[in-house]
Ligand binder design. Structure first.
Ligand code: NAP
Length: 228
């Protein structure tokens, strides 16, 4: 089962762990995107990983147009990049609001728009990586207004895209992750110990991305051991 897989937000944390997992299967070809290509070049020495620069806050169409000819038909697209600011609501700046929405929502939608011609029409799966904070009815955390509202918008986008593309074989689902021990978590909540490592979460996402679109479309799935 050889798959062509894109991971956006692949230079560290969950995205990097995911690229490593996919790359273990030499039949897969993995296309890793992030701003920090130097870091990806050091992290990924596997011959089936290909690294490309992408900044979701800049002109996404122009950046992707430059690499489109290097991409084959894509079976799996993981929209994993994320930006988190943890600050009291009254102190969040305009720039922090706009960067949160640009990276977490608009960047996801625009990169998918650009990549649509490359998504395998015979069957492909887009997985959006959202957060429990953006899942309706979940426990909320003070300081995460910009982040969690943008992740909620990503959940909503998933339902809307799935409706618009329901008569195609391009499926989209959204995973709302609980805490994972990454640099993002450590920066936002210093000292907090998450129950999962990036690799443990990557095992779940890898399996989900390769199989779940045969059963699910437009679904928003909490990936958390705690309730609500
Ligand atoms: N860790 C958790 O507890 C947790 C919980 C719930 C949801 N999540 C979600 O899971 C995803 C991965 O989280 P993580 O903890 O692994 O985060 P992370 O360690 O901060 O990694 C984030 C990734 O996103 C990329 N990225 C950030 N800004 C970007 C931009 N402007 N353009 C392109 N890429 C950009 C980063 O690469 P560059 O800096 O090289 O661009 C990096 O590869 C995120 O969407 C996050 O919101 C995480």
């Amino acid at each position: 089962m050889n798959k062509h897989i894109i991971v956006i937000g692949a230079s560290r944390g969950i995205g990097a762990a995911l690229v490593k997992r996919y790359a273990k299967n030499p039949q897969h070809q993995v296309y890793a995107f992030a701003r920090n290509t130097a870091r990806m070049d050091i992290l990924f020495d596997e011959p089936n990983v290909h690294c490309f620069p992408l900044d979701l806050t800049k002109n996404i169409g122009e950046q992707l147009a430059k690499v489109m000819y290097e991409l084959p038909m894509i079976d799996v697209l993981i929209e994993n990049a994320g930006f988190l600011v943890n600050k009291p609501f009254s102190t969040i700046s305009h720039e922090e609001f706009t960067t949160s929405y640009q990276v977490n929502v608009i960047g996801v939608m625009e990169s998918i728009q650009c990549l649509l011609p490359k998504l395998n029409p015979e069957g492909s799966h887009i997985v959006n990586i959202s957060s429990m904070g953006g899942f309706q009815g979940s426990m909320k955390f003070a300081g995460l207004t910009a982040y969690s509202t943008s992740k909620a918008a990503l959940c909503s986008f998933t339902e809307l895209f799935a409706e618009e593309f329901k008569d195609t074989n391009i499926k989209m689902n959204c995973l709302c992750l609980g805490a994972v021990q990454t640099e993002m978590l450590e920066q936002a909540f210093p000292g907090y110990k998450a129950p999962l490592t990036p690799d443990q979460m990557a095992i779940f996402i890898e399996d989900f991305s390769l199989t779940a679109h045969h059963y699910l479309n437009g679904k928003i799935i909490p990936v958390s051991l705690s309730n609500p």
